[in-house]
Design a protein around this ligand. Structure first.
Ligand code: TMP
Length: 213
């Protein structure tokens, strides 16, 4: 049982990210967490990256359209970062300043794992670029849902976008990139096994944010 006032203190102005490979179930978990926090009577904003803002949604379309198969890795980095900087300006920054909790469906951890690690741009360079163009790069907690490609593919039973269509080798590296990030930043990352049931993962997500990790 979580004490409501202690939870309020813990979550006010907290910046929480759910991330992981395609098909890991993070959007479902972000929604469940949002419902749970709202149910506790707390103010919370929930956004997706890339997207949410008008500019971000247009950048998202460019990034995910399969006709742009020639897009270079460094162009991906810049576009993802541009969409994110706009999201910070319009939503995340003002929410955190007002003491609202923010839940993100993906964040710079994705750029580190996809473009930085799998794409070869370099995790350190991604972090440097993020620090150069945004007020704040790291959330209070990043919850990574780890999943193998085979299981993830079974869940993505639909038309794949440009990123999802990349090779199995690329996506295996993405997975390794996320695991690597959790190792580099153990103090504010939690790695959960996404092969468990939706309910079990939700329980573990709540535990992670309630215990302050
Ligand atoms: P989504 O479908 O989970 O919203 O994410 C869109 C796609 O973009 C997904 O395949 C992951 C990819 N992506 C990156 O490659 N780099 C990033 O920085 C982000 C945020 C997403």
């Amino acid at each position: 049982m979580v004490n409501a006032s202690a939870l309020n203190d813990k979550l006010a102005g907290k910046f929480i990210v759910l991330d992981g490979p395609d098909g890991c179930g993070k959007s479902t978990q972000a929604r469940l967490l949002w419902e749970w926090i709202e149910g506790q009577g707390l103010e919370v904003g929930a956004y997706r990256d890339p997207g949410t803002t008008m500019i971000g949604e247009r950048i998202r379309e460019i990034l995910l359209d399969p006709v742009h198969e020639q897009m270079a890795d460094n162009v991906e980095v810049l576009l993802y970062m541009a969409a994110r900087a706009q999201l910070w300006k319009e939503k995340i920054g003002p929410d955190l300043d007002a003491g609202r909790c923010v839940i993100m469906d993906r964040w710079i951890s994705s750029t580190c794992a996809y473009q930085g690690y799998a794409g070869g741009f370099g995790i350190e360079k991604v972090i440097q670029l993020g620090s150069d163009c945004m007020e704040r790069v790291w959330p209070d907690i990043t919850i990574v849902l780890d999943i193998d490609r085979e299981t993830a593919m079974k869940r993505m039973n639909r038309q794949l976008d440009r990123m999802e269509q990349k090779s199995a080798e690329y996506h295996e590296k993405v997975r390794q990139g996320f695991i690597r990030l959790a190792e580099i930043f153990p103090e504010n990352s939690v790695l959960l096994d996404a092969n468990q049931s939706v309910e079990e993962i939700h329980k573990q997500v709540i535990e992670a944010i309630s215990t302050g990790k």
